[in-house]
Design a protein around this ligand. Structure first.
Ligand code: NAD
Length: 488
């Protein structure tokens, strides 16, 4: 049984009041360890450590900060196989996905922001006549909070802490209580990587307890949050009146727009991946597949034929392509969405229920069949609410304008995919779709320099590249007069 601890200052320690939470493996339903059920007192402890470390860390040369991030990246690389095993076991995701995406990307996040801070620069504005110089001084903010979800645990955890630390802030980070293990493993290497005590603190526990304490702490100056839209709205209500900087990366209901002139096989294969990767539990997954009328039947039939053959397997089996959903409560939530789709008259094309356990080890695991519905109108719940599981709908469109209208008929606006060989159409549609990201003839291709985030109910702010470093710094304009007489 694993026993996870908080990292506060230089110490790994349990919650002050000795409370614990069970950690459950989704593929088996078994308790495999416990994590601290921390509360506001532990956050206060972490704040004291972070506040003490801040003056020195923010004054540390960027080369030194970058070296610490690179050292941590190297430790992730050194332990990558153990981390991938842990991520798969903790989250239910196929080990192959953890090995090829989650852990390499966590390492890249740390190394990327090490390089980014070395290249980061600020602006100067010099008016004609050289009467004044304005320059932007980008200062470290102070102590900041980073709160991450369970679907890509170490990947999204490092995506937040790396720019925050690179920019000279001290961090109180809270991984999801549902998937805490890889963040705990990382916490054991933080001091070894050279970070001074208190620069990065990792506090485990429940959202409404630890997360809430971070968000409402009067001296934590910025909140970087990734998670559900309802939680994001709650955080905004708390932190907004406190005038904290906020980056909120929230849910999605992403359309895949399949035009008749697409590369059929590539669109089909990628749409299967974009719909069901990580059991549909990626914020960027396609969940509304919009198909042009003239190829609707052919695309639907080919899609259903392939998806029907996909069966969830034991996440720890290297051959597994679909694993378990993350928890019993999430399984029940996904099944509730499937039930609601039936109630609203949608037609089930495949899946629709629990999947057989792939082996005896997984007899009590949380496995759901990949599920496809059609004949649900755009305003049905199944086309409006985020399922965040292996469930998609198909809708038919006749014209480009109708595709755009359907794509935008959602409160969310995170990502879309557009499948067409017509370059003009691709540009037109990308420009009209209300989303933070538009992929044309591809999906989940990520360049860490690009702005990442959503519009509408998918959040505010952008992560990635300069956007993240701008978020984690406070710009101050310094104006210097160059003339001996002050101009009116
Ligand atoms: P969640 O909102 O339940 O939890 C996210 C994190 O917030 C967890 O660490 C949780 O403990 C914490 N939290 C919960 N209540 C809190 C509170 N009151 N104050 C502060 N923190 C609190 O989300 P989840 O179920 O872990 O993740 C799934 C959601 O995340 C989906 O909606 C998905 O679309 C979204 N997501 C978005 C992105 C993106 O980049 N836009 C990426 C991944 C996941």
């Amino acid at each position: 049984m694993l026993e996870l601890l908080n990292l506060i200052g230089a110490q790994l320690k349990p919650a002050q009041d000795g409370q614990w939470l069970d950690q459950i493996e989704p593929a088996t339903g078994q308790v495999t360890g416990r994590l601290p059920r921390s509360n506001a007192a532990d956050v206060e402890d972490a704040y004291a450590a972070a506040a003490q470390a801040f003056p020195s860390w923010s004054a540390t040369p960027i080369e030194r900060r970058a070296a610490c991030l690179r050292n941590l990246a190297a430790l992730v690389n050194q332990h990558s196989e153990t981390l991938a095993q842990a991520e798969s076991q903790d989250n239910g995701k196929p080990i192959r996905l953890a090995q090829s995406v989650d852990i390499p990307r966590a390492e890249q996040n740390l190394a990327f922001f090490a390089s980014a801070i070395e290249q980061f620069s600020s602006e100067a504005h010099i008016p004609a006549g050289h009467t004044h110089i304005n320059y932007t001084h980008r200062k470290s903010i102070g102590v900041v909070g980073c709160i991450s979800p369970w679907n890509l645990p170490l990947y999204l955890f490092t995506w937040k802490i790396a720019p925050a630390l690179a920019a000279g802030n001290c961090v109180i980070a809270k991984p999801s209580e549902i998937t805490p293990v890889t963040a705990w493993m990382l916490s054991q290497w933080v001091l070894q990587a050279g970070f001074p005590p208190g620069v990065l603190n990792i506090v485990h526990g429940l959202g409404p307890e630890v997360g809430q304490a971070i968000v409402e702490h009067p001296r934590i100056k910025a909140i970087s949050f990734t998670g559900g839209t309802v939680t994001g709205a709650h955080i905004a209500r708390t932190a907004g009146p406190m005038f904290k900087k906020m980056s909120l990366e929230l849910g999605g209901k992403n359309p895949a727009i399949i035009f008749a002139d697409c590369d059929f096989d590539k669109a089909l294969q990628t749409t299967i991946r974009s719909s069901f990767a990580n059991q549909g539990q990626i914020c960027l997954c396609s969940s509304r597949i919009l198909i042009e009328d003239s190829i609707y039947d052919r695309f639907r039939d080919a899609l259903v034929a392939k998806v029907q053959r996909m069966q969830p397997g034991d996440p720890l089996d290297p051959a597994t392509k679909m694993g378990a959903v993350v928890s019993a409560s999430h399984r029940d939530k996904v099944l509730g969405h499937i039930q609601a789709a039936h109630s609203e008259g949608a037609t089930l094309l495949c899946g629709g229920g629990l999947a057989d356990a792939p082996n005896e080890r997984c007899a009590n695991g949380y496995f759901i069949q990949p599920t496809i519905f059609e004949n649900a109108g755009p305003s049905c719940k199944i086309n409006q609410e985020e399922v965040f599981g292996p469930v998609i709908t198909l809708q038919r469109f006749h014209a480009e304008s109708e595709a755009i209208q359907l794509a935008n008929s959602s409160d969310y606006g995170l990502a879309c995919t557009i499948w067409t060989q017509d370059l003009g159409k691709a540009h037109r549609v990308a420009a009209e779709v209300e989303s933070g990201i538009a992929w044309v003839n591809c999906w989940l291709v990520r360049d860490l320099r690009t702005p990442f985030g959503g519009v509408k109910a998918s959040g505010v702010g952008r992560e990635g590249g300069w956007s993240a470093l701008q978020f984690f710094t406070e710009p101050q304009n310094v104006c210097i007069s160059l003339s001996s007489i002050e101009m009116p």
